[in-house]
Write a protein that binds this ligand. Sequence first.
Ligand code: PLP
Length: 445
Amino acid sequence: MRRSLQRSNAHFAKASRKLPMGVSSNFRYWGDKKTLYVDHARGARLWDIDGNEYIDYRLGYGPNILGYADPRVDEAAREGINVGGVFALSTELEFDVASRISKMVPAAEMVRFSNSGTEAVMAALRLAKAFTGKDSHIIVEGGYHGVFDSVLWYSDIEEWDPALGAPGVEPDSDGVPMMLKKLTHFTPLNDANHLEDLLKRHSHEIGAFLIEPIMGNCCSITATREYLLDARALCEKFDVMMIVDEVKTGFRVARGGVQELIGFKADLCTFAKAMGNGYPISAVAGRKDIMMQVADGVTHGGTYTCHSVSLAAANKTLEILDETPALETISRYGDDMNAGMSKILHARNIPHCFTGHGSMSGLFFSETAPTNYRDWLESDYTFYDTMAPRLHERGILCEPDSREPWFVCEAHDAKCLEETLHGFEIAVDETLEELDRNKAVQAIA
Ligand code: PLP
């Protein structure tokens, strides 16, 4: 079986003349001959412009929690169109949606809306820094928090020589002002001693600790409860605001997100993705005393904030997630899928494990899961990287980069599961063959 990407490839050549890399987000570029263009998507399935059909486990990097074009949400969005759009004024519905978020997430005493995850995290960092009067922040290594200058940094573990001290902090993009480097510190996940040491040395300048407890951008590597409770206590001790970035986990891994799952409360938390089933809306939420700074010097806003379509979609999506067993259905599917994959891999003696949560799990080809980004870098992802394009050929759309988890939506059904496991089995066998062939070629060379 070989997909034709003829039309996508021809469109790529055309689009590249107008859109840099032929796309509107760097992560959508998969290579000159591999970049897909979408015709449409419904439920858990997506069709590209060549007519290839996929069961989608990317779901737009997580937003489509109920499935594409969910009729309940789209109907609400149509009613939102009738409200009129944006007004440079507020509507009553904002209170209802904020109240629902507070009900689902106890840490969310007050809420402000934005359009994207990036904007929500940007607002959270600003609030934390204003509240503490301290300009620096800590990011957990391997974390991703959007496309603004304060978070576009990484800890350079790859080039790191431990004999020479801490890893370097490097910009994740050209154009990020180097003067911001001194404001950014890194700590590995699940290492409370490292965090404590960092805070002992720098807490006078650090206003925020930014963490995704299930690393939605690093294979769903998960913080232990013990680590989170230690981090929580350390933030209190050193007067640092704990910002839990739930842009991917929020309203997905549990109604109250990762905070409910693990059992702790953030000072501030951020949401986007699942809250609108794909319609652009996000939120920063948290302690009343921190949030109320927007009435006392902290700027927050935006022309398109709480567009009536997105707000109506969020209202309906959150209602469904809160009041129906959608999340249970989603995590059961994820667990069943992982169990099915495990059976196939065990039968072939392939060591593997899953990380994260059934609704957004990472697949590793080793017996034990990495506990942080440093472990992940040392893990062997050749099997995953070889297998992913083979899954695409079989109509199973996972991220080609193993760092992205497999996202599940409510519309993934028994037929999707059966087809996925069938395709997975074939892709695994093809991968084994290919890796054996490569080994043989290397041995001859
Ligand atoms: N924070 C996390 C944890 C994310 O996963 C993302 C995006 O994937 C963002 C923030 C940025 O969100 P957006 O792409 O909506 O700006």
